[in-house]
Design a protein around this ligand. Structure first.
Ligand SMILES: [Zn+2]
Ligand SMILES: [Zn+2]
Length: 184
């Protein structure tokens, strides 16, 4: 049970999703910014954001002709050069030799069918997503069949960190309380 009484910090879910949101800011796609973080035992294994493959001109600079056109969302995906955030996070793990089996992927948007298939076969066991983008019944069904859990995490505003000058004003009550509870 996650007893967070008196703990002023973000939960682990909020923390990793906030990191995924920061990762998304590096997206080079002109249409949509998505970020993903793969975690196991509260340890970050890999991150990814969407955009064109390494060495290919950035999407925002015209690198992906499909994104550059006024294409309806979801149309002509087979022509899209942009790699999705989940795909890039899985590729980064492969590139650097990090096993992600049993991990959790935090992603700022629910996964598409292609990403769902890769998530399943890379051994990831849980998907935590924030926004919902055409979360297909097919995706939910293959997750159910393969035993991959999924849940939506609502966006929560993250508290600003204490600055050095604020540090002196951290209420002693909070410190005493946090010492009593088990630190997770
Ligand atoms: Zn793009
Ligand atoms: Zn995808």
């Amino acid at each position: 049970m996650d007893d967070r009484t008196g703990d002023p910090r973000p939960s682990w879910d909020e923390y990793f999703m906030a990191l995924a949101t920061v990762v998304a800011t590096r997206s080079n796609c002109s249409r949509r910014h998505v970020g993903a973080v793969i975690v196991r035992n509260r340890h970050i294994l890999s991150t990814g954001y969407n955009g064109t493959p390494h060495g290919v001109r950035n999407c925002f600079a015209g690198g992906c002709p499909r994104c550059a056109r006024t294409t309806e969302s979801g149309d002509h995906l087979e022509e899209c050069l942009c790699v999705h955030a989940e795909q890039n996070a899985i590729c980064q793990a492969a590139l650097h030799g990090h096993a992600i089996e049993g991990g959790t992927i935090y992603v700022t948007l629910s996964p598409c069918l292609t990403c769902a298939k890769l998530i399943i076969n890379s051994g990831i066991s849980e998907v935590v997503y924030q926004g919902e983008y055409a979360f297909l019944d097919t995706v939910k069904d293959i997750f159910r069949q393969s035993g991959v859990k999924h849940r939506r995490l609502k966006a929560t505003p993250l508290k600003q960190p204490l600055t050095a000058s604020d540090g002196n004003r951290l209420p002693s009550k909070t410190i005493r309380q946090s010492k009593r509870r088990t630190v997770k």
